[in-house]
Structure formats: C-alpha cells, structure tokens
Design a protein around this ligand. Structure first.
Ligand code: ARG
Length: 254
C-alpha cells in the first residue's frame, strides 16, 4: 500500500515538474522536445492543412537531424514559452525571441539564428515614423520586444496588446489601430501573402535585434550542442538553402 502511494506521488511529481534534461539525457531518449508558438508566419505557423511550418520549423528539424535525434514539436502561447522552458516542458525553444538583457537573466540563448528588426506598419497615409505615432493607437503582440519598444515611445496614445500577432494585423485592417509594430519579415510576408500592397505601408524600423533559440538557464551541454549544429548548418549550405526558401535571401547575422 505504502509503495503504491509512493509510486503515485512520484508519478504526480514527475508530471508536475517535467525536468530540465542535459544533452546526454536527451540523446539517450532519442527525442528532443522543441517549444514554439505557431502564429508567427513565416517563422513558425500552422498552414492550411494545420501543419506546423515555417523557417524556424525547417531550421529546427535540420538542427535536430544534425544532432541525430528526433524532434517533438510543442506549440504554446508565446508569452508562456520561456517559463515553460525553465519548467522543463521543452528542451529548447525556437520562436523568434530577440536576445534582450531581461530574457538573458531568465534563460540562456544560443548564437543568433537570424537578424531582423521591429517595423511600423500602417494603412496608406497613416503613421510611418516614431514621431508620427504620437497620439496614435499602436497594436503589438503581448510579451514581445515590439511591446517593449512601443511602450517606450513618447506620446503614444495607447499600446494595445494581442495574444497573437496576426490579431493586431486584423485590427489594423479593421481601422481599430493606427499602427502595428512587428517583425520586418513578418510584415513583408503578410502584405505579400494577403495582397495588401495597395492597403498597407511599411514605415520606420524602430530597432534591430538578434534572434536566437533558448535553453533553460544553465543547460550548458544542450546549449553547446545546439550552437555546434547551427554552426555546421551555416557552413554546409543547409542554412542558406532554408533561408532562401523562406525569404529569398540569407537572413543570418553578419
Ligand atoms: N522578435 C520578437 C521578440 O523577440 C517577437 C517574437 C514573436 N514570436 C512569436 N512566435 N510570436 O519578442
């Protein structure tokens, strides 16, 4: 009876506190759990067949293949990803996180897998510069560097936050926002994909950032395995091929 009870408690604890695994433990299990969001095209999103796809999915799969393990993708809300990472829910996260000093206190970042920036998007005739945003309503995804940047702009009337980035685009198109701040590649892709060239315009780049994968704080063995695999893909042409497929250019930091 006592044994059974103990087994139960152990099981419950195991479920409640999935553990942070070293690269050795991951390798022995044969499977790496990767956290992402799935609502940030063209980086990570669900396509019309409800398949997780995008630049980061291709890159993540290539990395894991290089490491000789199988991927298990887990999609969760963006603003919960780094917390769940430290709880051991995934082994690493690839979801377009810009490296910021604040995040770097909580998790460890790999070398960047691309470089980009936050850009202003508005309807034709709308605000294009940081100055133009004075007195305006700006939409951003919650927990992002765009939110941080928008909140720092002087004179903005309101920064409205959205659980998912495409919801801000919807509100911009519906006239409920004056501007949307998002990733420059995301904005470009949304305009092209939805044929909004005649409706929307791109404005000023508000900031630039280095985007990287994250592991739980202190997971050194996994961090170096990922960095090694990324460097290999950047050298052997795989990275260039994947980048070309999604952007028609090489988006690595230089
Ligand atoms: N690059 C921005 C940041 O670091 C946005 C990332 C959003 N990612 C996503 N999967 N929605 O905060």
């Amino acid at each position: 009876m006592r044994k059974l009870l103990l087994a139960f408690v152990a099981l419950a604890l195991g479920l409640a506190f999935a553990q942070v695994r070293t690269w050795d433990q991951i390798k022995r299990s044969g499977e790496v759990r990767i956290g992402t969001e799935g609502a940030f095209p063209p980086f990570n999103y669900f396509d019309e067949k409800n398949q997780l796809t995008g630049f980061e999915i291709d890159l993540g799969n290539a990395l894991v293949a290089k490491l000789g393990v199988k991927p298990r993708w887990i999609a969760q809300a963006f603003d919960t990803l780094l917390i769940q990472l430290n709880q051991g829910r995934f082994d690493f996260v690839i979801a377009s996180h810009g490296i910021t000093p604040e995040r770097a206190k909580a998790v460890d970042f790999t070398n960047p897998h691309y470089c980009t920036g936050g850009i202003i998007v508005s309807r034709k005739g709308g605000p294009k510069t940081a100055q133009d945003l004075a007195g305006k309503v700006v939409g951003v995804q919650v927990g992002t560097t765009y939110m941080e940047a928008a909140q720092k702009l002087p004179g903005v009337k309101e920064v409205r936050t959205y659980q998912k980035d495409p919801d801000a685009l919807q509100d911009l198109l519906a006239g409920r926002l004056d501007a949307w701040v998002t990733d420059r590649f995301v904005a470009k892709e949304a305009i092209k994909e939805r044929k909004l060239e005649g409706t929307l315009q791109l404005g000023e780049l508000l900031f630039q950032e280095k985007v990287a994968m994250a592991v739980a704080k202190g997971n050194k063995t996994l961090l170096s395995a990922l960095n090694q695999a990324l460097a290999d893909l950047m050298k052997d042409g795989t990275y260039a091929k994947i980048s070309q497929k999604w952007f028609g250019e090489d988006v690595r930091c230089r």
